[in-house]
Design a protein around this ligand. Structure first.
Ligand SMILES: [Zn+2]
Length: 352
């Protein structure tokens, strides 16, 4: 912060739209919400008026309930005009779940980054009855509690295809440096990383709107996780790189439309705050790891609050992201503990 502007985040709407209703957040831009059966109980979706049809941003899970709500939205706030295009910000199921349904049932075009599309198509094919050995190995390496590990080893894991509709072939790619025309505006495409690889964000050239997906959120911080898909990944580096790249684009007057929680203004401050929160967490971890610990033992230091059973999985992948970042930066070393978990320890002489 340069000290000349007070660091203030504002929420122009204190309450979200009712189910099956929309709030017009700017001319031709509707904000709607779909329910999720999780602790984070909703996802925001947007519809942009293209004249003869709508472009929608993200879709919610594939479920009977969500399809019913979309049908009511199309007959209600969307006034019966067709959804001609679906833009997905990233491949997570709450965002991409019904993209294939809009393509197949409504003839919509799909717009996505190449990585989001490839990840979605790949995960749709990954049908697991039990966690595969690589996943068990990943959990063991992360220091998952033995009881939880034993229980999960016997349970059918979450399958992407359970909540994401089949996706037909074909999509239109957006990429860094490109533009897209939607809702009567030209938007610059800026690619984020870290929450999901090649996560699309859209910055209006014609007014103050930013469609941020889950790359930048207000009042919660985007989950940054490492998964068995790429156990050595350093998504925190990718997230920090993207958000630092976004800083010069951020303005006080921008209205940020995110994938969760409320639209907000105060993007320059929020970006700085999120970046600093991660640096703070990394500093705390380095201190904590003066004594060797597994990733799963870092929850209290990392989150500064109790992690319930419903959050355990997300907390674990986030903890691995932070220790991986320190490890790749050469700030901690690691060795296998007796139970197979990586034990991380701050390197002598590294003071962060
Ligand atoms: Zn999300």
């Amino acid at each position: 912060m340069d000290g000349t502007t007070p660091p203030v985040i504002r929420y122009p709407w204190q309450t979200p739209p009712e189910r099956r209703q929309a709030i017009e957040v700017a001319e031709g831009v509707l904000w709607m919400r779909l329910p999720l059966p999780m602790k984070l109980d909703h996802v925001n979706v947007y519809a942009l008026d293209d004249g003869d049809g709508w472009t929608i941003i993200d879709t919610g899970f594939d479920s009977k309930l969500t399809k019913g709500i979309w049908t009511d939205l199309m007959n209600g706030p969307l006034a019966g005009k067709p959804v001609k295009r679906v833009v997905i910000t990233h491949h997570h199921p709450d965002h991409v779940g019904l993209a294939g349904w809009f393509q197949t049932e409504h003839g919509a075009e799909l717009v996505s980054t190449r990585t989001s599309w490839l990840f979605a198509r790949m995960l749709l094919l990954d049908d697991q009855q039990l966690p595969p050995p690589e996943t068990l190995e990943f959990w063991r390496s992360a220091g998952m509690d033995a009881d939880i590990l034993a229980q999960r080893a016997e349970e059918k894991p979450f399958n992407y295809a359970d909540i994401v509709a089949p996706m037909p072939l074909g999509f239109t790619r957006v990429q860094q440096g490109g533009t897209i025309r939607m809702g009567g505006r030209t938007w610059d495409v800026h690619i984020g990383n870290g929450h999901a690889p090649e996560h699309a964000t859209f910055w209006s050239r014609d007014d103050n709107l930013v469609i941020a997906g889950d790359q930048i959120l207000c009042s919660i911080s985007p989950n940054i996780g490492v998964y068995a898909t790429e156990p050595e990944a350093d998504p925190l580096a990718g997230w920090l790189e993207a958000c630092e790249r976004f800083l010069p684009l951020a303005r006080e007057d921008q209205l940020v439309l995110g994938g969760h929680k409320l639209p907000f203004t105060g993007l320059p401050f929020r970006l700085q705050q999120l970046i600093e929160n991660h640096h703070g967490a990394l500093r705390r971890l380095q201190e904590y790891l003066e004594v060797p610990h597994a990733a799963a033992a870092c929850f209290p230091t990392l989150f500064k609050r109790r992690i319930g059973a419903g959050e355990y999985g997300l907390a674990l992948v986030e903890a691995v992201a932070h220790v991986n970042h320190l490890y790749h930066a050469g700030l901690v070393s690691r060795s296998r503990g007796d139970d197979g978990a990586w034990m991380y320890q701050t390197r002598a002489g590294s003071d962060g």
